[in-house]
Design a protein around this ligand. Structure first.
Ligand SMILES: NC(=O)N[C@@H](CC(=O)O)C(=O)O
Ligand SMILES: [Zn+2]
Ligand SMILES: [Zn+2]
Length: 425
């Protein structure tokens, strides 16, 4: 199929920023520029007044297949992804069974092919069963198609195991992604530790639980030379340490999630379990630090940590309910709010959702360069809408942003030259 996208504001971060046309042919970007000739027989999409950007790349999602299909399947997760403008998503391995071997990776890739919506790239477990003890067969996982390794959901507590994981990952040239949390410091906690947790009578998780593991991981990345990617950083201390590590030339990248730069622990008042996630919502000061980190490049990537849970699970008490919120269908609007606020330029915002995550994992994605896979998202950045979880493509509804009036909507998502999502259909 040939698609001709005309008259949009094209932003291909670092390469092109201006009005122009994009021609897609045989699954690839065939041409990009101003006043291109419309080929005969092409499907035409007018993008006048809209943004035309590289399809977004989410380095951190939880699709719950195999094992927890009632929360999300690869099909429903991929549908949520393309509805949110994401053309590539990387799936964490905390499924059941855990994705710690080739068979599970192949199963996930097969499900993704059957869904035919987004590029779904599995992340393999660091340790068998993500139990933090024995390393998984990292080479096998890599060969089967895993793009990184992580025990997300759990940290790798044993520093020697983490050191060895980094040494293997370096040999296979894949990043190690860590969920930075000291389990002893965090034990029993369900929100940020501070005045509000005391007031609410809820057990807290101190920001130091994150900070000490960021410090350890940076030290191990320096020791091994491995590529370290820090998942969902949420504290002022993490931002400071990543900034310093980068200045010292250590190979570290970091991601922040929209909820961690949009809302604070104040959202836990009222005991709404949709304000419960790991790491927890932090303080106003932490939010400012995350924004500053995004602005100055310390934080490379915006990732969702899309973590679907069923309504009945989230209806339990605050201490019992599972950690996590969905994010794929609200990430764009919450990111564009940073542009409105003057934290990011529009080009930087697009980069943090596309070019930068692709670079962090070394994926040939996140660009509209001629010859690249035709993964393209068309956005109406001015469209206002109200977040209504009932309308999510995701199977789950656990968002703290229900009822929010937000700006910026995905019009069309093209994956590999095929229209995977369109508001008009
Ligand atoms: N973020 C969360 O609160 N939950 C994630 C696990 C994780 O990302 O640590 C989940 O799998 O539900
Ligand atoms: Zn995590
Ligand atoms: Zn996660």
């Amino acid at each position: 199929m040939t698609i001709f996208i005309t008259g949009g504001h094209i932003i291909d971060p670092g390469r092109y920023n201006g009005v122009g046309d994009v021609l897609i042919n045989q699954g690839r970007i065939a041409a990009l520029g101003s006043a291109l000739d419309a080929p005969l027989h092409a499907k035409k999409i007018s993008a006048k007044g809209r943004l035309v950007v590289p399809g977004f790349v989410d380095l951190h999602v939880h699709f719950r297949e195999p094992g927890f299909e009632y929360k999300e399947t690869i099909q429903s997760g991929a549908a949520a992804a393309v509805a949110g403008g994401f053309t590539t998503v990387c799936c964490m391995p905390n499924t059941n069974p855990v994705n710690d071997n080739q068979a599970i990776t192949e199963f996930m890739l097969e499900r993704a092919r059957a869904a035919g919506l987004a590029n779904v790239l599995p992340i393999g477990a660091i340790t068998k069963g993500s139990e933090g003890k024995e390393l998984a067969e990292i080479g096998d996982l890599r060969r089967a198609g895993c793009v990184a390794i992580s025990d997300d959901g759990k940290p790798v507590m044993n520093s020697l195991v983490m050191r060895r994981a980094m040494e293997y990952a370096l040999a296979f040239d894949i990043p190690v992604v860590d969920h930075c949390e000291d389990l002893h410091l965090a034990e029993g906690g369900c929100m940020n530790e501070g005045l509000i947790s005391t007031e609410l009578g809820l057990p807290g998780i101190p920001s130091a639980a994150e900070d000490v593991m960021v410090a350890r991981n940076v030290a191990l990345a320096e020791l091994t030379g491995a590529r370290l990617h820090l998942a969902h950083i949420s504290t002022e201390g993490s931002v400071r340490m990543v900034r310093e590590a980068k200045a010292r030339g250590i190979r570290v990248t970091a991601e922040a999630c929209p909820h961690h730069f949009t809302i604070t622990e104040e959202s836990v008042r009222g005991y709404d379990t949709c304000a419960k996630m790991n790491p927890p919502l932090r303080t106003w000061k932490d939010v400012q630090a995350i924004k500053q980190g995004l602005r100055d490049g310390t934080i490379d990537v915006i990732a969702t940590d899309h973590a679907p849970h069923a309504t009945q699970e989230k209806q339990q008490g605050f201490t019992e309910a599972p950690f996590g919120i969905v994010g794929l269908e609200t990430a764009l609007s919450l990111t564009l709010a940073l542009v409105e606020e003057g934290v990011l330029t529009l080009e930087d915002a697009v980069a943090k959702l596309s070019t930068a995550p692709a670079a962090a994992f070394g994926l040939k994605k996140g660009t509209l360069a001629v010859g690249a896979d035709a993964d393209v998202t068309i956005v109406d950045s001015q469209a206002q809408w109200e977040v209504d979880p009932i309308k999510f493509r995701s199977k789950s509804r656990n968002t703290p942003f229900a009822g929010w009036k937000v700006k910026g909507r995905v019009c069309t998502t093209i994956v590999g030259g095929k229209i995977a999502f369109d508001t008009e259909s």
